[in-house]
Design a protein around this ligand. Structure first.
Ligand code: STR
Length: 366
């Protein structure tokens, strides 16, 4: 079972990536509080996975206000930059490449993790019925209903955009190979895009142009802060995760990707609906995505290597990102290439905890 394309190098931005088996962004909720510092174990965890063509980090806050989960790290102060530098150095020392995924969690947040104890911001005050993960007195992850959000003021929207730009500068300083904007899964940027959660009547709501404005302004600010060759974006068209997108609209999704395409970004990362039980993309929709976007398309969501290989060969995608398989297999790319069986996953250690289920999954025996 030799793969013809999965292990071909890929040109993206100004760089060459050694293969097309990428590590998807994976929240692990092991960051240190207070301070939202990546855990020192994260250097070992990511370095173990340096065989991936590209590592996309766990989603990382652009500000204190962006926080929604206890244990997700931030990239909004110099201490965090110093901590992330240890991680990027460890990955580079093993010949890997790593970008940081930046998010604002919007309505998924909870007032207890907000800097001012207020309700989290969103486009509007729509409650969608979603849960987040906080920590109890012993530091264990506990699931809690998110706080009903309040509409962001225009000043707060400006600040969010500035925070994404500043985090992008910090990412460069911390030695990352780029930045991925989290525009998917019902977090803040997606909440502005989705009609279900955006009831605004100003320039940020109503028409598709207005609902896309936050996403596109964030992209432009990040490109200004670094350059287009180091910025990618993840979106989840036709998905309904976190109860945000309601109803499929292929035409609007295609229009959005066309607007993103005008920015000439390093890549478009599509989180497909399959992983969360949604309807798989049709071939026609894949064709539309490919036509709308000129640069690299990364796909993720319940992929097998075989499916990835055939869609790369058909020309619809360029690379695949694996999530849960990368949690359980530090050497996933090497295993796929050699046809070696994968480790068993332990979902009870996905979120929170220590090295168990984090840095202790075994490598294949040589
Ligand atoms: C959804 C997709 C995404 O972009 C980021 C995350 C990270 C946190 C996850 C979340 C996920 C799914 C729902 C989870 C949450 C942590 C707690 C929450 C698993 C994968 C629940 O248990 C309801």
């Amino acid at each position: 079972m030799a793969y013809a394309t999965l292990f071909q190098p890929l040109e993206m931005g100004n760089e060459t990536f050694k293969n097309r088996v990428f590590m998807a962004p994976l929240t692990r909720l092991r960051a240190i509080e207070p301070g939202d510092m990546p855990n020192i174990l994260a250097a070992e965890y990511y370095a173990q996975r340096a065989g991936a063509g590209l590592i996309i980090t766990e989603a990382t806050q652009v500000s204190l206000q962006a926080k929604g989960y206890a244990g997700a790290p931030g990239l909004h102060d110099e201490n965090q930059v110093t901590a992330w530098k240890v991680i990027t150095d460890a990955v580079h020392a093993k010949g890997g490449k790593i970008v940081v995924q930046l998010w604002h969690t919007g309505l998924v947040s909870h007032k207890s993790v907000q800097p001012d104890g207020k309700a989290p911001i969103s486009a509007s005050d729509v409650k969608v019925g979603v849960r987040t993960s906080l920590r109890d007195a012993l530091g264990q992850a506990i699931r809690v209903d998110s706080t009903t959000p309040r509409p962001a003021s225009l000043e707060e929207i400006k600040q969010v955009i500035a925070d994404f730009a500043q985090a992008t500068k910090y990412a460069k300083e911390a030695g990352f190979d780029g930045v991925e904007i989290h525009g998917a899964h019902g977090y803040l940027i997606h909440e502005f895009w989705a009609e279900h959660t955006n009831k605004r009547d100003d320039n940020y709501g109503g028409s598709r142009e207005n609902r896309a404005r936050l996403m596109l302004e964030v992209i432009d600010a990040c490109v200004d802060a670094w350059d287009k060759d180091h910025i990618g974006i993840r979106i989840s068209p036709l998905g309904t995760f976190n109860n945000v997108e309601v109803g499929y609209n292929e035409e609007e999704a295609t229009w959005l990707v066309e607007q993103i395409n005008k920015r000439g970004l390093m890549y478009l990362h599509l989180s497909e609906p399959d992983w969360a039980g949604g309807t798989p993309y049709s071939t026609e929709f894949r064709q539309k995505m490919r036509q709308a976007f000129d640069n690299t398309i990364i796909a993720a969501g319940g992929y097998t290597p075989e499916k990835a290989e055939s869609l790369i060969e058909a020309g619809y995608i360029d690379a695949v990102a694996f999530g849960r398989d990368y949690i359980a297999n530090p050497d996933l790319a090497e295993r796929i290439e050699k046809g070696v069986a994968l480790n068993k996953q332990h979902p009870e250690t996905f979120y929170g905890g220590d090295r168990k289920g984090y840095t202790d999954y075994l490598f294949m025996s040589k």
